[in-house]
Design a protein around this ligand. Sequence first.
Ligand SMILES: [Zn+2]
Ligand SMILES: [Zn+2]
Length: 666
Amino acid sequence: MLRHSKRGVPIYEILRPGEKIYVCSALGHLYSVDQKQGVARRAYPVWDLTWKPRYQTEKRQERLQTWIEQIRRISQDADCFVNACDYDIEGSVIGAMVLKYACDGADQSAKRMKFSTLTRKELQEAYANSSAGLDFPLVNAGMCRHEVDWMYGINLSRLLTDSAREYGKVYSTLSAGRVQGPTLRFVVDREEEINCFVPVPYWTIETVIRVDDSTIEARYEKEKIDSKYEADKIVADCKGESGTIVDSESHRSKIYPPHPFDLPALQAEAYRHFGLRPSSTLGIAERLYLDALISYPRTSSQKLPPSIECRKILENLSTLEEYTTKISRILSQPTLSPNEGQRSDPAHPAIHPTGNIPRRGMESREHKVYDLIVRRFIATFGEPALRQSEKATVSAKGYSFYLKGIRILTKGWIDLYEPYADFEEIHLPPLTVGQDVDITRIVRRDRFTEPPSRLNPSSLLKLMERQNIGTKATRAGIIDTLYDRGYVAGERMTPTPLAFNVIDVLRKYCPKISETSFTRELEEMMQDIESGKEQRELVLIEAIEHLRPVMAELQAKISEVGAELGETIRETRLEQITLLSPCPRCSSKLIVVRNRQTGKRFIGCAGRWKKGCTFSLPLPQIGGLTLLRKPCTKCGFELIMVKAKGRRPMISCQMCFMEKRQGQAV
Ligand SMILES: [Zn+2]
Ligand SMILES: [Zn+2]
C-alpha cells in the first residue's frame, strides 16, 4: 500500500490484480446544511435550506476546501466508487454528500461497504461484498435529521438571541433546539419537583439481635412508621427483652450473566464505575474502534451473532495475561453461548472486542473502558450464579422482626466480571425455629421523606432514551451543550436561572417546542424514513408546518420575551462575578471588575460608590478565572481558580496572597 500526501491530504493507493484502489478519508462531515444564498446572517425565520461545503458555513474549516479539491481531483479518473464510511446514518450521509458534490453525482452509481469492525479480515470481506447502490433510506433519514435540526436550531436560537439583544439590551448567544428543548426541560422539571417537595416525617426502628454469639441487624416488620407514639411504644415494649425465632425460610435463585453491551449500557456502566460522562465514554470507544480493538460502538444491539466468531476472539484475547485464566474457564465449558438481550440493531452487533491485541500503550481512561468491554464480553458467556436468600422471623412481645441474609453459593459469571460485578453478601449464622434470641439494642430513628434526586449525565441519557428523543449518536452531545450554554451546572445537574427562564419562555409562548410528545413524533417519522416507509421531503414539510406558527407566536411577543431573557442574563452574569465573601472593611459585595484604563482585572468592592470603600485585591491577569464557591481553609475567604492554556489549573486564596505580600514588604 502506498501513501501519497497531496497538500496535507493523505491518499492511499492499493494495487490489486486488475484494479487500482484509492482510499481517501472525509474528516467527518465535509458538507452541511445552510441557508440559501442572499439571506442575511441573522435573519429569521428561514425556511429555505441547501447543502454547502462546510468551509463556507463554519469558521476555521478552511482546510476542508483543500480536502474537497483533492477528492475531486482523484475522482476524475475513477470508474467505480465505494462509500466506506462508518456503517451508520452519519457515515452514510458523509459518504453520499462527498460522492454527490465532490465526485460529480457519483452517489447514483456508487457501492456501499458494510462492516462493524476495522479488522483487516472484515474490511476485505466488506469490500468484496459491497452492495450495489448506496443505502439511500439511511442517507435520507440522516439528511432529514440534519435539515430538521438545523431549521429548528437556527430559527429558535436566532429569535431568542435577537430578542435579548433588541429588547433585553444584552448580547448573549442563546440556543434552543428540537431535542435540546425537551432535554433541558427534564432537568428543569426535576428541579421544580425538588423545590416543591414537602418532606413528611416518619419513623423507623433500628434493632440488633443476638443469636448465640453473633449479633445481627434486624428489620422491624414495618419499614415506615407513621406516628412517633407508635414507634416509642415498640421501643419501650421490646427494650432488653428476648424473643423467639418462629419461622425460617430460604430459597435459591439464579442470577443470569449480563447482556452484551449496547452503547447506553456501556455508557451507564462506565459512569457507574469510573464517573465518565456519556460523551467521554463514546469518544473513548470511538478511538478504540478506530484502532480496531473493539467493534462499532454506536449500536443498540445486545446480540452477538455467530458470524463474529466469538471463540476465535476469546482465544486471541487469552494471550493477554490478565484474561488468560478467565477465558480458559469459558473455553472449557461444554457450550459457548452469550446471554443475549432483546434489543437488536439492523446494522451492527453488540459492542465486543475484536480480539486484536493492543499495540500501543493506552491512556488510563482508554484502558479502563477497554478492560470493561473485554470483561463484559467474557462474562456474558459465563454460567449463571447461584444465590441463596434466607429470611428468619423473630417474634418478641407480639412484634415481628426479620433477619435477612444473602449468600452467593456459586459465583459463575460474577467471578469473570470482577471487579465490575458487585453483590453484597450478608451471612447469617445457623438459625433454628424455636431458638431464643435477645434484643440487645432497639432505637427509634426520626426521618423525613426525601425529594427525588437530581439527574446526572448518565440518568438524563437514560431518560432521553426511554422517552425516545434524540438518537444514540446525538444524545451525549446534546447533554454537553446544556453545560456549554450555561444552562446546567454540576455533576448532579442543577439548572441555572437562565435555564428556568428559557424554559419558561418556551413553555409560555411555544409549549410544543419543549414538549416531549412532539419531538418523539418527529423522531418516529424520521425512523420511518430509515425503514423506507416515509419520504424525506414530506417529513421536512411537516416539520416546517409545526415550526411556522411557533415562530409567528414568538415574534408577536418578542419584546416581552426579550425583556424577560435580558433580565435573567444580567442577573446571572452579575451573580457569576460576585464573590460569596463580603468586603472585610464595609461588608458590601465583592465583584470581579476591570480597570477601564488599563484593562486589568481585580477584585473590587461594590461599596465604592456609596460608601467610598477602596478595598481591592489583585488577580492573576492571564487565564480563565473561576470563582470556586469554596472557602480557603486558612482564612475562609472564597478561593479562585485560574486556568491558562496549556498549564495546570491554579487554585489560590487572594486574601492570603495579599497578607503574605504585605508581610514581606514590612
Ligand atoms: Zn468595602
Ligand atoms: Zn486564605
